[in-house]
Design a protein. Structure first.
Length: 365
C-alpha cells in the first residue's frame, strides 16, 4: 500500500454530517455565516490571539495582509519556503530581498538581516519552517530599531507556543494555512492573526472585494472568504486537534529513535521553550558521510511506493518565473540545505510499523 508524504486529518463522517445539517436548514453557504463566525471564535481562543480573520486559503491571508499594510519598497524574506511567501510579496508589487537561513533550524538567519536593510526596506517576512520557530525576539528588535513591519508566514506552526505564548501573537501579522496537508485543515483555508483592530477592518474589506458598504467600494480587493463547509470541517477538526498532534508526536519520536544517531543524517533540532505541533520531519543527508544522496534516498523510497518530498526545492529565488533575476549564491546555506533535505512521511495515522519500514529502507541503501 502506498505511503503518502502526508494525509489529511478528518473527523468521523457522521460528525461532519451533523455539523453541516444547519447549513441545509439555513441555505447560508458563504459570506461569513454562522459556521465561519463560530470557527473564528474557537480559533481565537485556541490560538490565544487578540484578533483573527479567516480566508479561503493561506496564500490570500499573506497577500491581503501585505496589501492592507499599504507598503512600498523591499521586503526581507527567505527563499527557503513555499512559493506562496515570495509570490505574495511580488503580487503586491513589492521587491523580495532574500536573506540566507541558519543551518541549524532553517529559519531566517537574523545575523544577516541588518546588512540587507536599505532606505527602501519596509518589512521583514520571516518563515517558521517545518514547525521551527524563528528568533522572534531578535526580529522584533531589528524591526523596532528600523521602523519595519513584521509579517510571519506561520503556515507550519498551527497551535504552537513559544514561552507559553501562541505563535500567532508575534509580529504585526501572523498568517496560517489550513490546507488539507497541514496539521489543522479546513479542506482549504487560512487565517491572519493581528493586534491592530483597524488593520483588521481593512483586511476584512479587502477579502470581500474592497466593499465598505452597500453602495461604497473604495478599494481593489479580492474574493477571499472562507465558505461554510470549510468552516464546518475546521470546527470538527479543532475538536480533535490535540489528539492528532499527540499521534504525530509518537511518529516523530520513532523516527528520532531510528535515525537520530546515524552518521551523515541530520535531524531538525528540538527547540527550547517551544510547544511543537510536529508538522514535518525533515532529514538532511550528507552524501559524503551517509553514502547516498538525497535524490538516491528519495528514489529508493519511491521504488517501494513511499512518497517523500524535496521540501523546499528549488529555492524560490531560483524559480523560472523570475528569469534569473536573483542570485542564488547570495543564499548559500539555503541552497546547500535545499539540495540535501527530504521530508519523510508524517501524519497522525501513520503506523509505527510503516515508520520502521521507511527507516529500514533508508538505513539499508
Amino acid at each position: 500500500m502506498s505511503i503518502l508524504v502526508t494525509r489529511s486529518s478528518m473527523p468521523d463522517f457522521d460528525e461532519y454530517i451533523e455539523e453541516i445539517k444547519e447549513i441545509w436548514d439555513s441555505h447560508w453557504l458563504t459570506n461569513m455565516g454562522p459556521k465561519h463566525k463560530k470557527l473564528q471564535a474557537d480559533l481565537k481562543e485556541y490560538l490565544g490571539v487578540e484578533n483573527i480573520d479567516l480566508f479561503v486559503n493561506g496564500h490570500m491571508s499573506l497577500e491581503l495582509s501585505l496589501q492592507a499594510l499599504k507598503m512600498q519598497g523591499e521586503v526581507i524574506t527567505t527563499p527557503f519556503t513555499f512559493a506562496s511567501t515570495t509570490h505574495a510579496i511580488v503580487r503586491n508589487r513589492l521587491e523580495p530581498v532574500f536573506c540566507d537561513i541558519n543551518p541549524d533550524d532553517y529559519t531566517i538567519d537574523v545575523s544577516k538581516i541588518e546588512s540587507l536593510i536599505t532606505d527602501r526596506t519596509c518589512a521583514i517576512m520571516p518563515v517558521h519552517v517545518y514547525g521551527n520557530i524563528c528568533n522572534v525576539e531578535e526580529i522584533q528588535r531589528i524591526a523596532d530599531k528600523y521602523g519595519l513591519k513584521v509579517i510571519y508566514d506561520a503556515a507550519h506552526t498551527f497551535g504552537e507556543k513559544y514561552k507559553g505564548k501562541g505563535i500567532g501573537t508575534f509580529g504585526d501579522v501572523s498568517c496560517f494555512s489550513f490546507h488539507a496537508t497541514k496539521v489543522f485543515n479546513t479542506i482549504e483555508g487560512g487565517a491572519a492573526c493581528f493586534k491592530n483592530p483597524e488593520f483588521g477592518l481593512e483586511l476584512y474589506r479587502l477579502k470581500n472585494f474592497g466593499i465598505r458598504g452597500p453602495e461604497v467600494v473604495d478599494a481593489v480587493g479580492a474574493n477571499a472568504k472562507m465558505n461554510e463547509f470549510s468552516a464546518a470541517m475546521g470546527i470538527c477538526n479543532l475538536r480533535h486537534i490535540d489528539e492528532e498532534i499527540a499521534k504525530r508526536e509518537k511518529v516523530v519520536e520513532r523516527y528520532r529513535e531510528r535515525l537520530g544517531n546515524v552518521n551523515g543524517i541530520k535531524l531538525s533540532p528540538i527547540q527550547e521553550d517551544v510547544q511543537s505541533n510536529y508538522a514535518y520531519f525533515p532529514v538532511v543527508f550528507d552524501e559524503n558521510v551517509f553514502g547516498a544522496t538525497r535524490n538516491e534516498v528519495c528514489d529508493r523510497l519511491a521504488e517501494n511506493d513511499i512518497n517523500a518530498r524535496k521540501y523546499f526545492y528549488p529555492l524560490t529565488n531560483m524559480f523560472d518565473c523570475f528569469n534569473g533575476k536573483y542570485n542564488v549564491d547570495d543564499t548559500p546555506v539555503a541552497l546547500h540545505i535545499s539540495q540535501r533535505v527530504l521530508t519523510l512521511p508524517l501524519y497522525a495515522d501513520l503506523s509505527l510499523e510503516d515508520v520502521d519500514r521507511i527507516c529500514d529502507i533508508i538505513l539499508n541503501i
